[in-house]
Design a protein. Structure first.
Lengths: 402, 295
């Protein structure tokens, strides 16, 4: 016991050191971004979106996915998922600001972002996204507040009933809202007719299922690793979550198969060339090793075979983390070919190489992503202290079974 | 046209840059009033068969500018058979708009085709197509870009939030992003290093007159526009306002770039766009470009 507690202490200390390091490195990145703009980034005029946009859709997807779990639980009274409701909401409340911060840093003029409200452009998918995010942010924090209030010790049953009724109504509003923005992010890309790789009706659906898959996987990993009580109810809960992740990964894979196989079947057309780039181009390993092997094959095999909570957690974490590769492979390949043949050699930029179709995220871009992750961890830390009942007490937890 | 007339008009066209500084210029993204203007020098140049197309286009420009803006529809015709790939249109554009590295409005695509010894080169200058149905406009979340009444697609640098959505939406990749770079950074070293650095610094301080405003770029926590903005070819609307043809038209050594009012059936461009060999790029997208190529 003493050894284990010592191990926990050193592990905590190590995590603290890692967080401080990440915060310092990320903080320097924030400073560089604020003072010198995007100059140290590798994205360019021809590949105008890069790692940060992929990170934004990744984090906003995590938020949407975990929110849907909580909202569905409140609205449809899914008793078995009741213990993870507040946790889901907190994860959603942490990952959304991470995504928004990431995309905020991507803007050339962040100080003018308010213009989206003052000068609304109703045709723009991006404007819709900003409005939906704002509505979602308000709704999410309201739900988090009510959900935490509902489990406050000593709160009278009538008030709890009223809280739950409010949560149900908010959840009912939240579900279409989140489906709208999770699919809407896909539509933001898919509506761009100039980019054939993006211009697919399947994209919004793909984004929505992706949000659910990554969100559910992330939640499962957190429940597996951080759940306070390790009882039978927890094991049952983990098994259920693991199975759900398995099903979602398989659905996502079917959609991916459709997305890749249809334009490639007769091996002709420009989308086929872009798919070849994803599969066999210079970053082939992102698809085959990071996504397919570590994000689909290994987790699917493990989730299908095991009932061990630790392994389920590990598999879910693999799905959640490697899902970033899916996001990268959605954004970047749409931009890497010239729309007009020969444009890549027409005129060059000897100073910053901004007129090229090659893209590899620079250290600065990773640095900023690390800073955003450190920011997210800090938010999580604050959130769990503000709302200590994110995890149910062991008595509550063991009341719930399959 | 005699030699004296040609010199007079040449002087007038060549003095284009200086004129911009002398006149009180205002933002042209949405011109509210049209100035009454004439170029007296043109009155002294007789219309003659076979006259230089620059003189003709200059005359047509004055005629168009004396119409209300909504009655004009600017178009450009690029004769690829006359283009020799000298890039002087691009260089002229860069100098006119004081473009920094990484920002380009009119690159000239230079393609080598065939296999030695049966080889050839194709040139395709690519300005903004000034589409009648511009896909870059509806994507902007803050209405910072729009099509003016005369058909020119413009950007308000003071509104653009720098999201680069419009850059992704342009099927011709005619928009580039101003990352705040300058020619003086990484300037050549060695014998001429000092000169390169000094020239680069002087160039940085030169304002750009795009949209009839003096733009002094600068980076910082709040960058000075157009740093942090999407940028594009404007058909030199700031020059048009002073009865000057777009810079790329005047610097083209082969008279391969023609410009004028497509609403006026008598203009050179209107006569060219109906030719059998007139094509537009990616016509299938329905963007309806107002830059037409003769092939």
């Amino acid at each position: 016991m003493a050894v284990s507690s010592l191990g926990t202490t050193s592990r905590k200390r190590l995590l603290w050191v890692l967080w401080v390091l990440a915060a310092i490195i990320g903080g320097l990145g924030f400073y560089e971004r604020l003072v010198h703009g995007d100059r140290a980034a590798d994205f360019s005029s021809y590949v105008p979106w890069g790692l940060w946009v992929a990170a934004y859709i990744y984090f906003s997807g995590l938020s949407a996915g975990t929110f849907l779990v909580a909202a569905a639980t409140y609205v449809f009274r899914i008793r078995v998922l009741d213990p993870v409701c507040r946790l889901s909401l907190l994860i959603a409340a942490v990952t959304l600001p991470m995504g928004l911060l990431m995309i905020g840093f991507d803007l050339g003029h962040l100080e003018r972002a308010y213009l989206v409200f003052v000068r609304p452009q109703f045709h723009s998918m991006m404007a819709w996204m900003v409005w939906l995010y704002t509505a979602y942010l308000i709704l999410l924090f309201s739900m988090l507040w009510f959900s935490m209030k509902s489990v406050q010790p000593g709160r009278n049953p009538a008030a709890v009933t009223s809280d739950l009724a409010t949560l149900r109504v908010l959840g009912l509003i939240g579900i279409p809202l989140v489906i709208g923005f999770a699919g809407g992010v896909g539509a933001l890309f898919a509506t761009v007719a100039a980019r054939e790789y993006w211009h697919s009706s399947l994209f919004p659906i793909f984004f929505l299922v992706g949000a659910l898959t990554s969100g559910m996987a992330f939640l499962t990993a957190v429940v597996s690793w951080l759940w306070p009580s390790r009882d039978a109810a927890w094991k049952d809960l983990i098994t259920l979550l693991g199975r759900t992740v398995l099903v979602l990964v398989l659905i996502e894979f079917i959609l991916e198969w459709a997305e890749f196989s249809i334009p490639s079947w007769y091996q002709i057309g420009s989308t086929y060339d872009l798919i070849r780039y994803v599969l066999f181009g210079p970053y082939w390993y992102v698809f085959w090793l990071v996504h397919l092997l570590a994000g689909v094959l290994v987790p699917v095999l493990l989730l299908a075979k095991t009932r061990s909570p630790g392994i389920i957690g590990l598999s879910a974490a693999l799905v959640a983390v490697t899902f970033f590769a899916v996001r990268l492979n959605l954004v970047i390949p749409g931009l890497i070919t010239p729309e007009l043949r020969g444009l890549e050699q027409a005129y060059s930029d000897p100073i910053g190489n901004r007129l090229t179709f090659g893209y590899m995220p620079s250290w600065f871009e990773w640095q900023l992503l690390l800073g955003v992750i450190a920011f997210g961890v800090a938010l999580w830390f604050v959130g769990t202290r503000l709302f200590p009942r994110v995890f149910p007490s062991s008595s509550q937890s063991s009341e719930v079974g399959l | 046209m005699d030699r004296r007339s040609l010199l007079k008009v040449g002087g007038l066209l060549g003095g284009a840059l200086g004129a911009g500084k002398l006149l009180d210029i205002e933002a042209l993204a949405n011109p509210t009033a049209d100035r009454v203007a004439s170029l007296p020098v043109l009155d002294r140049v007789k219309i003659e068969p076979g006259e230089d197309v620059l003189i003709r286009m200059q005359r047509e420009l004055v005629r168009a500018m004396n119409k209300p803006i909504e009655h004009r529809r600017w178009g450009m015709v690029i004769d690829t058979r006359k283009c020799v790939g000298c890039h002087s249109c691009n260089v002229g554009c860069i100098m006119e708009n004081k473009l920094p590295p990484g920002v380009v409005y009119r690159p000239v695509i230079d393609l080598e085709v065939g296999k030695y010894p049966n080889v050839g080169r194709k040139f395709l200058p690519r300005p903004c197509m000034q589409c009648d149905n511009p896909p870059c406009v509806p994507v902007c979340p803050v209405k910072a870009t729009w099509k003016r009444a005369d058909g020119v697609v413009v950007i308000d640098y003071n509104l653009c939030i720098g999201c680069r959505y419009c850059i992704t939406a342009c099927p011709y990749q005619a928009r580039t992003f101003d990352f705040g770079q300058n020619w003086a950074s990484n300037a050549a070293s060695g014998q001429d290093g000092g000169l390169a650095l000094e020239t680069g610094r002087k160039y940085e301080q030169e304002p750009s007159f795009e949209y009839g405003t003096n733009w002094h770029r600068g980076e910082g926590v709040i960058p000075k526009s157009p740093v942090g903005n999407a940028r594009k070819c404007t058909f030199c609307v700031h020059r048009l306002e002073h009865r000057q043809l777009p810079m790329c038209v005047t610097t083209c050594i082969g008279r391969a770039t023609l410009f004028g009012d497509l609403n006026d059936q008598g203009t050179l461009v209107s006569q060219q766009v109906i030719r059998n060999n007139a094509v537009s790029l990616k016509a299938e997208l329905g963007t309806a470009p107002k830059v037409i190529y003769l092939i």
